[in-house]
Design a protein around this ligand. Sequence first.
Ligand code: 4NP
Length: 159
Amino acid sequence: MKILMVCLGNICRSPLAEGILAHKAKEAGLHWTVDSAGTNGYHTGEAPHHLSQKVARLNGIDICAQRARQFVKEDFDRFDMIYAMADDVLEEIRRIAREKYDPSKVDLFLNALHPGQNSSVPDPWYGTEPGYHEVYKLIEQTCEKIIENATLQARNIRS
Ligand code: 4NP
């Protein structure tokens, strides 16, 4: 599986989602490729926001080597699944991808945790440190659910 996490700036939410899912997939013995991108290019080349780095580090996950990049339509060729952190991000993915847009490969990230609710991960960029801790917990729960679903699916295929 190749999974791409997408938010607006690729410095707050999606770097956490990339770091957490990659860590948990490895722990579960899954050989997944996990990457992240942003729909705007404002922070291209930058490391994750220092508070995203801090909350990840406090939870034993190192995301400091990540660098922001912009989402490109070719990501639809490279990835099996693309998760949008929010509904505005999903709209931008659709706009950027144009003819490459494949709805079967895209979903709102939180639909993995709460199917069909179409809710968005709040953007901590505009707030203070507690917001980053809340977002971390939400992203972690969702990543755990993604791993759980994949593990159950693999078991069903085998039996
Ligand atoms: P992110 O947060 O999408 O979670 O990385 C943001 C970071 C920067 C901006 C917006 C959202 N910005 O407009 O610069």
